[in-house]
Design a protein. Structure first.
Length: 231
């Protein structure tokens, strides 16, 4: 099970509780220009990466959006320590996400191939106000023109866990089921390593690396788990 933000829905059908939520991250792409930036750069106002087409991809370096849904309340207590630590960086919204999640739940309960094909990807609307502030911060930080041209904007959802680290484990409730989900924004950084250990789990049932910190059981052993960084 490497279903990202879909994982909780799938596992609920097996009566497996996975306290996972999601954050919406908005990204912008500038038109090509002589920016002179050669490496990915981060500071609180902006995270950016130079592109091969000569532009820059950028997003806020700290602020992310959470669209309220049923799981927001189902797992509120578990996420409370993380929320309190990051309250200044989180923007909470009440929008169509509630209805979207209910529709997804109906589709998964039906388990018909035609139904699954209705929602192939999640394509949420970007936070344009946040992107405008981020674009201004980008221009100010590097001396770029304030009217820096935008070629494209988009958004996606990041699957997050209460302690901000993934679940990489075999589910004791379902023999043969290996879990790799809740990357919590670390996926691009640890993806290759996760692939290696998941392959070991599937093939041998054990790994050379101690995965106890990534176990699913940590949520049954402790209701509150503090955010931490294991990288």
């Amino acid at each position: 099970m490497a279903g990202g933000v879909w994982s909780t829905q799938f596992l609920r059908k097996l009566d497996i509780s996975l306290p996972q939520s999601d954050l919406r991250v908005s990204v912008g792409r500038t038109q090509a220009f002589a920016h002179g930036i050669e490496i990915p750069t981060w500071f609180p106002a902006v995270a950016l990466r130079p592109r091969q087409d000569g532009g820059l991809s950028f997003a806020s370096g700290a602020v992310m959006d959470h669209d309220l849904n049923a799981d927001s309340f189902r797992y509120l207590g578990r996420f409370l320590p993380n929320f309190l630590m990051n309250a200044s960086s989180l923007r909470v919204h009440l929008n169509s996400r509630f209805a979207e999640q209910r529709r997804q739940a109906r589709i998964y309960r039906a388990a018909e191939r035609k139904s699954y094909e209705e929602i192939r990807t999640l394509d949420p609307a970007p936070n344009h106000k946040l992107l405008e502030r981020t674009r201004s911060a980008l221009a100010d930080a590097f001396g770029f023109p304030r009217d820096l041209g935008l070629a494209e904007t988009w958004a996606g959802r990041i699957d997050v866990m209460p302690d901000a680290i993934p679940v990489i484990d075999q589910a004791p409730q379902a023999k043969g089921l290996t879990l790799a989900t809740g990357m919590s924004g670390h996926g691009f950084g640890i993806g290759l390593g996760v692939g290696e250990v998941v392959a070991e789990l599937v093939d041998r049932g054990t790994t050379e690396l101690d995965l106890s910190a990534f176990s699913l059981s940590r949520f049954s052993e402790r209701y509150f788990v503090k955010p931490k960084n294991l990288l």
